[in-house]
Design a protein around this ligand. Structure first.
Ligand SMILES: [Zn+2]
Length: 139
């Protein structure tokens, strides 16, 4: 099987107003289940610096990896715009140096991409607005 060119899928993603909250990330093309969609881009910073920066921010665009973190705050595109859903259509696979996004199921062009954030700095203090059946109610 030909290796899928995820960079094309990634380049086609668009940022637009979300039905969930704020801005969201949308598929520009059809994405097949289990296909790689892209990687989280951001400034590489230390874990301590990541926690310092996250404090007092309402929107945190930082992903923590094993030994460092990626801060996408000044990145105008990409996965910093992906919203949380309790029934997401993507999943995140973290390697020691990357956070990669994959499709959980077939995704239509124009569909909003969502991921399960798992543990966040909100520690369940933020009301979830994903609207999914079985929503956990908080992030
Ligand atoms: Zn939810």
């Amino acid at each position: 099987m030909k290796r899928a060119d995820w960079r094309r899928t990634y380049a086609a993603l668009t940022v637009a107003r979300s039905r969930i909250t704020g801005m969201g990330l949308f598929a520009g093309t059809r994405i097949r289940a289990r296909a790689k969609i892209g990687e989280f881009e951001g400034e590489v910073i230390g874990l301590r610096e990541a926690r310092r920066r996250a404090k007092g921010r309402s929107i945190v665009a930082i992903v923590e990896l094993e030994r460092h973190a990626l801060d996408a705050t000044d990145t105008g595109r990409g996965f910093r715009y992906i919203n949380h859903s309790c029934a997401p259509n993507t999943y995140i696979r973290c390697t020691p140096v990357r956070a990669e996004f994959y499709a959980l199921r077939d995704i239509r062009a124009g569909e909003e991409l969502t991921a399960d954030y798992g543990e966040t700095q909100h520690n369940g203090q933020l009301k979830c607005r994903c609207g999914a059946k079985g929503c956990r109610g908080a992030i």
